[in-house]
Design a protein. Structure first.
Length: 330
């Protein structure tokens, strides 16, 4: 009996070894043939913002490298949850990706009472693409030339409003953090994307916005908006003349946006590694680096494991910010 059992165990072990070896060989072969059809990059917000810029840049370079067309699919709504959920449920073959954001992959889980996906379990991390501070901008009629004057104005005149590209975005929670730290009565006005928010900001229908730098820095340079401060602890290389909020009267204030590529859960690691390697190569191209840094984005190009670790840290950080500020999804 024991001899028979021993043979059985050895047979099972050999069978499992063969199965795993075959699976590994299949995954390697899949990666070698990847991509073998058109790709789709889902952007969870409307066109024109940083996620869209990144998605289109990567799509162009993927096509140049691999010869497959890449569709940029803007799926805005619910703070980016609609687009992210689409990718969470897509086929795990690497042909459908999402430009994840700090909101869709670290903030929304704490902000929304019910999520359609799990921010960690339902995705395969690929690479952290870029980071950027947000830029506190006001329309030109606001009689405040710096953060201190804005705080004084808010305390003196009462209610202010701040726009965002949607609940759960870093743009939203940056405003909530500012509201919490200053004690100003500020009303959050969420829009369905930056393209809807900016016209109201330019028209003076909302007081301010903590926008991603790639979106608002050109408007500041054109004199259409006034940039008061950046939300990082250090000044941005793209706008060294604009101070930080921390150095402008709110020590410790920090809210940095990030953008990363995620694939559906269960995507074979060799395919993830091939995508990561190509993204890293793209982000080292001088013209790409210049294009991103000129608009306030800092290229990164992390490994998949580095992104996973960074995401876990960010989830913990933003859960505390959301709890302390009392912010909720509108």
């Amino acid at each position: 009996m024991s001899k028979s059992l021993g043979m059985s165990r050895r047979s099972v072990a050999a069978l499992l070894l063969c199965t795993f070896s075959a699976g590994g060989a299949w995954a390697q072969a899949s990666a070698q043939n990847f991509p073998n059809k058109p790709m789709r990059i889902v952007v969870t917000f409307t066109a024109g913002g940083a996620p869209d810029i990144i998605g289109r840049l990567l799509g162009e370079r993927f096509t140049a490298a691999w010869g497959q067309p890449v569709v940029i699919d803007n799926k805005p709504g619910s703070g980016g949850n609609i687009g992210a959920d689409f990718v969470a449920k897509a086929a795990p073959d690497g042909h459908t990706l999402v430009v994840g954001t700090v909101g869709t992959h670290s903030i929304n889980g704490a902000l929304y009472a019910k999520m359609p996906y799990d921010m960690v379990r339902d995705f395969s991390p690929v690479s952290l693409v870029a980071t950027t501070p947000n830029l506190l901008v006001v329309h030109n009629d606001v009689p405040a030339r710096n953060v201190k004057e804005l705080i004084d104005l808010g305390k003196r005149e009462g209610k202010m409003s701040f726009a965002s590209s949607g609940s759960g975005t870093s743009i939203h929670v940056s405003g909530e953090l500012f509201k919490s730290m200053t004690g100003i009565d500020m009303t959050h006005i969420p829009y369905k994307g930056r393209a809807s928010a900016i016209p109201d900001l330019l028209g003076g229908r909302v007081t301010m916005m903590f926008d991603n730098m790639p979106s608002s820095l050109p408007l500041v340079r054109e004199g259409k908006l006034r940039g008061l401060a950046v939300t990082s602890l250090k000044r941005a290389a793209a706008a060294p003349d604009i101070p930080t909020i921390a150095e402008s009267g709110l020590p410790g204030f920090e809210a940095v946006s990030w953008f990363a590529v995620f694939a559906p859960p269960g995507t074979p690691r060799p395919i993830v590694d091939k995508l990561q390697a190509e993204i890293s190569r793209i982000l080292k191209m001088p013209d790409v680096v210049k294009k991103l840094t000129d608009i306030g984005l800092d290229p990164v190009g992390s490994t998949a494991d580095e992104l996973a670790a960074y995401q876990r840290t960010e989830i913990t950080k933003w859960a505390k910010v959301v709890k302390d500020s009392g912010a909720t999804a509108d």
